[in-house]
Design a binder for this molecule. Structure first.
Ligand code: CUA
Length: 139
């Protein structure tokens, strides 16, 4: 008899764990789409600070709508994607965020840069959006 009870107890323990895990999953906040995951829309948080963007490289699949949620850790900065008509002003630290939206139509590298004079290193504030084919190859 004990030999039969033990597997039953083990099963009950497993079920209890599964129920607890499922409950936790329901309570968890919505999970943000991970970078590099194919999908119609991706959100990436970028922090601007004299004199860099963090992260400074963002990789997404072609055709994905990229939402860059920008905030500053110091003064007012800008975020411009060269040649793509995207240019927003990032409010200074503590004044919230601004979201820039960009959907790359072709694979390739798109340069973004700070578009507001913010100090001696203003010209160094730049980064790259890499749009890759679903296969993962950047042209
Ligand atoms: Cu930051 Cu110019």
């Amino acid at each position: 008899m004990p030999a039969r009870i033990r597997p039953a107890l083990l099963l009950m323990a497993l079920l209890a764990t599964a129920v607890a895990t499922a409950t936790r999953a329901q309570e968890a906040p919505p999970v943000q789409a991970a970078p590099n995951q194919a999908g119609p829309e991706q959100t990436v948080e970028v922090t601007a600070e004299r004199f860099a963007f963090q992260p400074s490289e963002i990789t997404i699949p072609v055709g994905t709508t990229l939402k860059v949620v920008l905030k500053s850790d110091d003064t007012t900065h800008g975020f411009r994607i060269k040649g793509e008509g995207v240019n927003v002003q990032i409010p200074k630290r503590g004044r919230g965020t601004i979201t820039a939206t960009f959907t790359p139509a072709k694979a390739g590298k798109y340069t973004f840069e700070c578009s507001r004079i913010c100090g001696a290193g203003h010209g160094f504030m730049r980064g790259t959006i890499v749009a890759v084919e679903p296969s993962g190859e950047a042209k």
